[in-house]
Design a protein around this ligand. Structure first.
Ligand SMILES: [Cu+2]
Length: 335
């Protein structure tokens, strides 16, 4: 088996950690170093920013508070990502942090400025929310712009022996012997892949969930009001009268408090007569219509959108004898 230096290099393979972090050769290496430094920052910024937006949305923060949180986390993760390689290289935590604070602050600040400016400039991007593909497309554009803006900053700092040149000075030890070897060493390619995969993942999830809700900004399900109805064996619905607005979608939660099966079928008088006729016929499958059949002690839920006009319609039970026995509720549709 012959082995030239070229073969040995190739034998490192993509699995060899640290391959991308090797100190670049003299000359053109500064561009690669600047790209690597910028990608380290960008990954931290992207993680922090999206995490901030997720948390802000989840706990209901205002837009301003959410953006402040996102920027704070972007700095935190940006610093953290740059600190790891230094810890790996053997620096103490505070020593590493001091270098990173000096090296990355301008880079991260540039990114956050450009990133948020782009997001603010794209109509609807801020309001889109994480479940909207618009957000992820805008985020991709914003992060690309942030990379382009921060790259010359990092390159300038490197050329002046500042910025990431400070950190790269410590990154020559290839193989730490102790626990530090377990600190992940992320190459530029891996970082770029993480960002792209993360963005594409968010986009795909948002696009598919957008299909379910009919495009995110359409009438959201949480708009619908919930009305609880109880059925009893004395052939009553409680409440016996329900008021809804024209065009309103109501979520009915129907509980059968009795020991017999009961139904809650919505329709005008003609429809009720039809339900009654069908009940005595062969077609007993009422669940597919505008309402539910509920077993004793059970609760069923369904949504119903009322017509956009004032009217009075009914909800009736068509178990044998129940409708004639007065098991019918009145639904008043009016403003
Ligand atoms: Cu009934």
């Amino acid at each position: 088996m012959t082995s030239s230096t070229h073969d040995q290099h190739a034998a490192h393979g993509p699995m060899q950690h640290g391959a991308d972090d090797a100190p670049p050769a003299m000359g053109g290496g500064i561009n690669a170093m600047a790209a690597s430094a910028t990608l380290h920052c960008l990954t931290g910024c992207a993680i922090g920013e999206i995490l901030g937006l997720i948390i802000g949305t989840a706990i209901g923060l205002s837009n301003v508070a959410t953006i402040a949180l996102a920027i704070g986390l972007a700095f935190l993760f940006g610093y953290a990502l740059s600190t790891l390689p230094l810890l790996r290289a053997g620096l103490g935590f505070f020593g590493a942090l001091g270098i990173v604070l000096a090296a990355d602050t301008l880079s991260i600040a540039t990114m956050e400025l450009v990133d948020n400016a782009v997001m603010a400039a794209i109509p609807g991007a801020m309001e889109a929310g994480l479940s909207n593909p618009v957000f992820w497309l805008a985020m991709m554009l914003a992060l690309t712009a942030a990379f382009i803006a921060a790259y010359p900053v990092n390159r300038y700092l490197l050329s002046r022996g500042k910025g990431h040149a400070l950190t790269h000075h410590y990154m020559h030890d290839a193989q730490p012997a102790d626990w530090r070897r377990f600190i992940p060493s992320l190459g530029s390619g891996a970082l770029a892949a993480v960002i792209v995969a993360f963005m594409l993942g968010g986009l795909v999830v948002a696009a598919t969930s957008g299909l379910d809700t009919g495009g995110g900004h359409a009438a959201a399900p949480e708009d619908s009001r919930t009305v609880a109805v109880t059925m009893t064996d004395s052939l009553t619905f409680e409440p016996g009268e329900i008021s809804v607005a024209p065009g309103e979608t109501v979520r009915f939660v129907v509980t059968n408090a009795g020991e017999a099966v009961h139904e809650f079928l919505i329709g005008d008088e003609a429809a009720q007569a039809e339900f009654e006729a069908e009940m005595s016929g062969e077609d007993m499958d009422h669940d597919t219509r505008s309402g539910v059949s509920v077993d004793p002690g059970q609760t069923e839920t369904f949504e119903y959108t009322f017509a956009d006009t004032d009217e009075v319609i009914l909800a009736g039970c068509h178990e044998p004898g129940h409708y004639e026995g007065g098991m019918v509720a009145t639904i008043q549709v009016s403003d």
